[in-house]
Design a protein around this ligand. Structure first.
Ligand code: B3K
Ligand code: ZN
Length: 889
């Protein structure tokens, strides 16, 4: 916590460290009140550095002793101010010994060493290691670590750290110790320790090379019935990285540990991944299909970091997307490959693009917009964003789209060949891709340096005389903070042409060599501001399918007619664009209705006689050739957040009213079809989270949620029966969520029973809170009442997110109540959280960053709430950065 004006860090100011660290030995005497840490490191002066002094960082530490080459340093031999310890006049080779004390139990920030439910955990990325000891805590300083943990044996029977267990034993007086050695050099942010009462599921696993490794999933006692899926996911991840990228696990032991108090999803510490329980624990009773899929993705993600992040790491935190964008891309591909089918891959792609549009496009258009490789930050933790992660993954995906799978693999191979064991930059990755494929990717650099979502406008012209078809693409990108003008991006645009029967036409691009069979999808490379691509031999007027599989993270402006969209929705061989066409059609209708609401017109009149959307939806719903999972996505209307993005001035109430009207309309127009879909997509028998069963449940439960809009006795019975008879959490939650949106007589009971059934399952209690937080009838007063529930606490991030974040981000119509009560509530919670956990508080602070996009009346109230937070007496730099940037002109 600081009150002085926080410093901005710039990428251009990077300088190499004055010393390298070769080895680090650490001894921990673990005690929740005061943990004593003794660190011995050997350092070598970096001849390439111009600065003479050794710079170490430390936060909230008591410095007990400092010795250089065995001699204590007096206070005159160093300076210590603002978390920086500077030691001048050291020899070129030096051994430094540091003793510090930290107070884990008082540490509510969940960074550094902290206590959760009586056990010790650490979180060091990005700058948490400096809360454990003084250290050159920056990712380009990589060292070999040996760690000795000492603690009371009864209270802390399990002692874990990175790498291999090399020794353990008794210390007398009821204490014991363990020594861990990590054979690989690593930056301090990958350090971890865990100590406490934990149990594990373990297995030995044979790598492709034949080497056997030990895999462990550690949890609190009582949770061993929930580790199987994480273990399976880990084994699948190891196999996948061997097969797809030829990358093998480099350690003899790989551990996953689950912790209930955690700021994010999980952390890739070398050999000792620490996970939020949400991304480990699963069984059919407590976890939904989505939970199962998320666990697989996050286990994969953290495992894949072992190469992309750990073996090759980041030179500085501006390069964060080097490891995060790449690793998200890898986990997306892994999940898609685990489903295995083409249509399954498309479903996964649609889900990923939905996240991008719902969260990243708004970020790119708001005051916190930043390039994938940012140029500056105040608090690095604020830059673990959807831009760095998800847009970063899109950037990596574009290499694969441009170079092909094989070309991409060649680039990856060269990247590891060149940089294994090093801390590098995004530019090094791009260079490896370019050099391995003999391609010039210099313009592609702009994806890293320019913020904002490019817009690509499409114009087409068919000439029946010459049988040519022209596609003209024009790109532009709106200004973002600090970047008024943008240069053209290198954009891969995958296109196909459909004939009048909906079949793919063979593509011949003018100027391309003929020969071989003509492709039906072609990647056009848009590099100029405006470019025309001419197709020849086009025998009839086609309907173009543009940006297939979402080949670039752009907004596509194409003036399709309604008929074209319905046609593409019915015929496009590209499943992504098939989905996209339906979403466009629905968005168009919904925006018309929003306008009607705003003008006080009747929605029935505005919509009179228009059956096009309902007919298209019906055709999709009943098309048995399509996967249920795809149908579920296609029949889900664009979210209120996505609709808001389409408007110049956002009116949350009008959006909500229009979308609800459309849901009711589709519910009654397709009533019989929903009923049939409900019945025919049941999944009787033993629960399995596989993609086919999950897809059926998703479609069945979508049908239930539409039917719930009708609020009839018949539907009440259906929901109640599902609620009472469900043998898995997916169906149980879906039934309860449908129930609470109706007048069903059993709804209050069902809510109570759900709590009673699961009150000892923290992750399910989170679901119980978030279901209520996002219910249409839940207003601020109801949320405040829920906060008084004995199970609620702000201190646990999952719980805070389940209620407060769910309400502020997931219930727009109530949160944006006209009286501003939602904003006042938000300000209160940001300030309260700031005192406990700045990282979590700063995430919540982001909720209002797009205040300028709302109606003037809402804007004024939002600004007042932001100012209230900005004016709070003590504010972390995390929250201060967000509110300051939000309010800036
Ligand atoms: N690398 C971590 C994120 C750390 C966040 C620090 N505030 C998890 C991940 O992306 O895998
Ligand atoms: Zn990551």
């Amino acid at each position: 916590m600081r009150t002085d004006t926080p410093q901005t860090i710039y990428r251009k100011d990077y300088t190499p460290p004055s010393f390298w660290v070769n080895t680090v030995e650490m001894g921990f005497d673990l005690d929740p009140q005061a943990t004593h840490v003794a660190t011995r490191m050997t350092l070598t002066r970096n001849s390439a550095s111009r600065s003479k002094s050794l710079v170490l960082y430390g936060e909230n530490l008591e410095l007990v002793q400092l010795r250089a080459n065995g001699k204590p340093l007096t206070k005159r031999a160093y300076t210590l101010a603002h978390g920086t310890l500077e030691i001048p006049n050291l020899p070129d080779q030096v051994t430094l010994e540091i003793e510090t004390i930290t107070h884990p139990e008082l540490n509510t920030t969940l960074m550094g060493l902290y206590v959760s439910n009586g056990n010790f955990f650490t979180q060091c990325e990005a700058e948490g290691f400096r809360k454990i000891t003084f250290f050159p805590d920056r990712p380009d300083v990589m060292a070999k670590y040996t760690v000795m943990l000492r603690a009371d044996k009864e209270t802390y029977p399990v002692l874990l750290s990175n790498g291999n267990l090399v020794e353990q034993g008794e210390l007398g007086d009821g204490r014991h110790y363990a020594v861990w050695e990590d054979p690989f050099k690593k930056p301090s942010y990958l350090f971890a320790l865990v100590a406490g009462k934990l149990v594990c599921q373990e297995e030995t696993f044979a790598l492709r090379s034949g080497r056997e490794v030990l895999l462990q999933v550690w949890v609190e006692e009582g949770n061993l019935d929930k580790t199987q899926h994480a273990m399976e996911s880990l084994k699948n991840s190891i196999r996948w990285d061997e097969e797809r990228f030829g990358l093998e696990l480099d350690l003899d032991r790989f551990m996953i540990v689950a912790v209930g108090d955690f700021n994010m999803g999980a952390m890739e510490n070398k050999g000792l991944n620490i996970f939020n329980t949400k991304y480990v624990l699963a069984n059919p009773r407590i976890a939904t299909d989505t939970d199962y899929a998320n666990i697989e993705a996050v286990v994969g993600h953290e495992y894949f970091h072992n190469w992309t992040g750990n073996r090759v790491t980041c030179r500085d935190w501006f390069q964060l997307s080097l490891k995060e964008g790449l690793t998200v891309f890898r986990d997306q591909e892994f999940s898609a490959d685990m489903i295995g089918t083409d249509s399954g891959r498309a479903v996964k792609r649609i889900e990923d693009v939905r996240v991008l549009r719902q969260a990243q496009f708004p970020e790119d258009a708001g005051p916190m917009a930043h390039p994938v490789r940012p140029d500056s930050y105040v608090e690095i933790n604020n830059f673990y964003t959807v831009t760095v992660y998800e847009k970063g993954a899109e950037v990596v995906r574009m290499y694969q789209t441009l170079l092909g799978r094989e070309g991409f693999r060649k680039g990856m191979d060269l990247y590891f060949q060149r940089h294994d064991g090093c801390a590098v930059e995004c530019d090094d990755f791009r260079a490896a891709m370019a050099d391995a494929n003999g391609r010039d990717l210099s313009q592609f650099e702009r994806w890293y340096s320019q913020a904002g979502t490019p817009r690509v406008k499409v114009e087409t012209r068919y000439d029946s005389d010459t049988q040519t078809y022209d596609i003209t693409l024009t790109q532009s990108c709106a200004p973002t903070p600090g970047q008024p003008k943008k240069l053209p991006f290198h954009i891969p645009v995958a296109v196909g042409l459909l004939d009048s029967r909906g079949r793919d036409m063979p593509l011949h691009l003018k100027g391309d060599a003929e020969g071989g069979s003509a492709p039906t999808t072609m990647v056009l490379e848009l590099t100029a501001e405006k470019q025309t691509f001419r197709f020849t031999g086009v025998t009839e007027q086609p309907v173009p399918s543009i940006l297939r599989n979402f080949s670039a993270p752009v907004v596509l402006e194409a003036d399709y007619s309604d008929e074209d969209l319905a046609f593409l929705m019915a015929h496009d061989s590209d499943a992504f664009n098939r989905w996209e066409a339906g979403q466009r059609l629905a968005t168009r209708r919904l925006l018309t209705l929003v306008e009607a609401v705003q003008n006080g017109a009747s929605l029935e009149e505005a919509d009179a006689g228009d059956g096009m959307l309902a007919n298209a939806f019906r055709a999709t719903l009943n098309d048995e050739s399509l996967d249920p999972a795809f149908r579920e996505l296609a029949l889900t209307l664009p979210s209120e957040a996505v609709l808001a993005e389409q408007m110049d001035v956002v009116d949350p109430q009008a959006i909500h009213a229009a979308r609800q009207y459309m849901r009711r309309k589709l519910a009654s127009a397709l009533r019989l079809d929903w009923q049939v879909a409900y019945q025919s997509n049941r999944t009787p028998g033993t629960y399995s989270p596989d993609a086919v069963s999950a897809g059926k449940r998703a479609l069945k439960n979508l049908a239930l949620s539409y039917l719930a809009e009708l609020d009839t006795d018949e539907v009440h019975v259906l929901m109640q029966a599902q609620n009472d008879g469900a043998n898995n959490m997916t169906d149980r939650v879906a039934a309860l969520s449908a129930l609470i949106h109706t007048q069903a007589p059993g709804k209050a009971n069902a809510l109570e029973k759900f709590y009673a059934d699961f009150e000892n399952e923290a992750l399910v209690v989170d679901k119980w809170f978030s279901l209520q937080a996002t219910a249409r009838t839940t207003d601020v007063a109801a949320v405040r009442a829920l906060m008084r529930h004995p199970a609620f606490t702000l201190k646990n991030p999952n719980r805070a997110r389940s209620l407060i974040f769910s309400f502020c981000n997931g219930n727009p119509a109530q949160f944006h109540a006209e009286d501003g009560s939602g904003y006042a509530f938000w300000a209160e919670q940001v300030i309260a959280l700031n005192a406990i956990n700045p990282q979590v508080a700063a995430r919540l602070a982001r909720t209002l960053d797009r205040w300028r996009k709302y109606t003037p009346a809402l804007q004024a109230k939002m600004r007042a709430a932001l100012q209230q937070v900005a004016g709070a007496k003590t504010l972390s730099k995390d929250v201060l950065e967000v509110v300051t940037k939000s309010l800036a002109n």
